[in-house]
Design a protein around this ligand. Structure first.
Ligand SMILES: [Zn+2]
Length: 340
């Protein structure tokens, strides 16, 4: 798998739907757009094939400048990831690794591809990096950073007042690009929401007009920072559902579990039912340790939280739960920026 680089926009690219991009992009591709400022803004999109908002916002942005006959204020490098899975509107195919978990070394073809993209971003003197995603469950729009440094937080704040700081999994693109420039991930709500496309488009416009990413701490009173402490996984061979009555399943979770994302859940909150006592959920902390006993309590068939947490990215899509996780557990982070 070799990175394909387009020095100009492939014909038809701007008008294709995400599931049609394979017609002009033979695989993972990097498309370069000219602009006035030299140091490029790097964007990644469709690392997950079923998350179309990024590509839609980028198409809208480029078309706007084209229709006005203007050049972009800054060069733009766009990496389009899992074109193949996008064709079937899948996060990834089962024989593929997750394209947002291949950025910290490895021996698969996708790891080599990631190495090529990293080398490219480094060599290009990249200005900033933004990886654009959707969430499968209901979540507010939010930004993620892997470093609590002023330029990263300032870039993140341009997209949302809600910020998630995490260090695991460390194989994500935003963490890899943190070595070279301010780097964030943005989560722009569920796929297919027109507001998500508009919001990302407006954010990208702001990024393109920045002369520099603000380097100092200032005015962060309205920022809500959460820190990921663990993620909940289901056993790979388990049968799961989202209704109390599905007793033929190993685990069932409350059907509106994604409605709880980013709200404070007190200790003893019910999150679901276990109908197969031979199986256990797995809860993995930021040091990759199993910490299930600290977070989960089984009371008869009920699954309850042992302590207060703020959930995020909880999904009611059983396929995503198996491919990734049920969701993340966070806590509010007391964020006290140092004086500038
Ligand atoms: Zn994603």
């Amino acid at each position: 798998m070799k990175l394909i680089i387009f020095e100009s926009v492939p014909s038809g690219f701007l008008d294709l739907l995400p599931n049609e991009l394979f017609k002009v992009l033979p695989g993972p591709s990097l498309i370069r757009f000219q602009g006035e400022e030299d140091a490029p803004l790097f964007l990644a999109t469709l690392l997950h094939g079923n998350e179309p908002t990024g590509i839609q916002a980028i198409q809208k942005l480029i078309k706007k400048y084209q229709s006005e006959g203007k050049s972009l204020p800054r060069r733009l490098d766009v990496f389009v990831g899992n074109v193949e899975a996008a064709k079937s509107n899948e996060r990834r195919f089962s024989d593929q690794p997750d394209f947002n978990r291949v950025w910290n070394g490895g021996s698969l073809p996708e790891h080599n591809l990631a190495r090529e993209v990293k080398a490219f971003v480094k060599k290009s003197g990249t200005f900033a990096s933004v990886d654009i995603h959707n969430t499968s469950g209901k979540n507010p729009h939010y930004s993620c950073v892997n470093r609590l440094e002023a330029p990263f937080v300032n870039l993140a704040h341009l997209f949302s007042q809600t910020l998630v700081y995490f260090t695991r999994p460390k194989e994500v693109l935003s963490n890899a690009m943190s070595e070279f420039c301010p780097s964030i991930t943005i989560e722009s709500g569920q796929p297919g929401d027109a507001y998500g496309v508009q919001h990302v488009y407006e954010f990208l416009e702001k990024c393109l007009h920045l002369k520099q990413v603000p380097p100092n701490w200032n005015g962060k009173e309205d920022l809500y920072v959460y820190h990921t402490i663990a993620r909940i996984l289901v056993p790979p061979d388990s049968r799961i559902g989202f209704d109390e009555d599905s007793r033929d399943k190993d685990f069932c979770f409350i059907s509106d579990i994604d409605q709880q994302n980013f709200s404070e859940l007190p200790a003893n909150s019910l999150i679901g039912w276990r109908y197969n006592p031979a199986m256990k959920l797995s809860v993995i902390d930021e040091e990759d340790k199993e910490v299930e006993a600290r977070f989960i309590e089984y009371q008869d068939t009920e699954i309850r939280l042992k302590r207060a947490v703020v959930p995020s990215m909880f999904s009611t899509n059983t396929r995503i739960v198996h491919q990734d996780c049920l969701g993340y557990l966070m806590e509010r982070f007391v964020f006290d920026p140092p004086p500038s």
